[in-house]
Ligand binder design. Sequence first.
Ligand SMILES: Nc1nc2c(c(=O)[nH]1)N[C@H]1C(S)=C(S)[C@@H](COP(=O)(O)OP(=O)(O)OC[C@H]3O[C@@H](n4cnc5c(N)ncnc54)[C@H](O)[C@@H]3O)O[C@H]1N2
Ligand code: MOO
Length: 402
Amino acid sequence: MTGGLLSYEDAVEALLAMAKRLPAENVPLDDAAGRFLLEPLTARRTQPATDVSAMDGYAVADPSCSSWQVVGESRAGRSFTGRLSGSEATRISTGAALPDGATAVILQENIARDGKTIALTEESGGEAEGQHIRRRGQDFAEGDVLVEAGERVTARTIGLAASAGHSRLAVALRPRVAILQSGSELSADFENCPDDRLPASNGPMLAELARSAGADVSLLPVVPDNETAIGGALSSAAEDHDVLVTIGGASVGDHDLIQPALRPLGADIQFWKVAIKPGKPLFAARLNNCTILGLPGNPASAFVTACLFLEPMLRSMTGCVRPLPRFVTLPLAAAITQGGTRREFLRARLTNYGVMPIGGQDSSLLAALAHADCLIERPAHAEPAKAGKLAQCLLLGTGGTA
Ligand SMILES: Nc1nc2c(c(=O)[nH]1)N[C@H]1C(S)=C(S)[C@@H](COP(=O)(O)OP(=O)(O)OC[C@H]3O[C@@H](n4cnc5c(N)ncnc54)[C@H](O)[C@@H]3O)O[C@H]1N2
Ligand code: MOO
């Protein structure tokens, strides 16, 4: 606890403990992208399956000769079936199987050919046994564990899985996430929003963030500041979703009605208020089988808390081995002022000289937020820091940097 507020670590740990791991499904490779392996990726085959040539040229039985007789060809996909001996050679292409008896490959640039006879050109160097040969199993062998369970399925993992003989992978079911925005000032009509209303912009922003984290997202209709209407929307959303994210109405004002609406439904409020800026009024609750994450309404607060809480929770539910945000150490490109009473996450941009805090740090500023591509962590009560000092930073837009 920090002055009655929970620390970020305690709060995120409590949230992760609330949200249980989802069951597995076996999905085609493209549908596994961005999700986490629930089982180690094990090679079902050996690669390369035989010794192969690394270059276009000639496979030879004896590289110490100075000329050879070409007795056939080994192409990728159609190998030479005979066996080489003495001064015999075959034409060979990159990736083609090395003929039996071949001990080296000579680059075609180093060869002069006259009919079936080939000879080393004057410029060529000494040829050695084993040169330009990729050995069987050099990449991986059947039974090798190639990627551990809990790692993210990237484009490279997909390539590796295909190569290792897999067309499907075991991943967790996609979390079903509902997003509920409340506030009588909010309008879902972005094109015709009167001046006394505000576009409900946090909904599509966080829907996209959750979708990028692998969730199936339902963006629910905006609910006005009415406890009964909010209660009805909460209870129906909690029935058929694993996670319900509420936006706004998390603080202490007369119109902050999310918790008052949750209590009569029997929801268990697990924690409220975290010592971070932005994001102080965040809360978490459990209603039947649904984990409810109450995010503050200010756009920067909603976004930053989604990065710090929602993404880690979704990663944890889907089997990620390192669900917590991964901070990297980077130099400050400009000085930052003294820290306040809460640990702060300053919106910033990466430059060639380090991280540069952006101008507007007020949590209502969406244009400034959209300009940021990382967050600088400034501990509570931190001393002012000069340009060049190292800071902990969270890169944005990398799928949570897990
Ligand atoms: N007396 C106190 N007042 C406030 C405190 C406090 O501790 N004591 N905390 C402040 C902090 S910090 C924050 S953050 C805000 C957040 O409060 P709420 O979660 O209750 O958010 P709202 O009041 O509903 O909205 C704040 C702001 O954001 C706009 N908003 C809300 N939802 C959306 C949406 N879906 N899309 C776009 N914009 C949205 C809303 O119109 C307000 O302007 O409370 C402080 N107050
Ligand atoms: O925490 Mo509020 O999110 O500071 O603006």
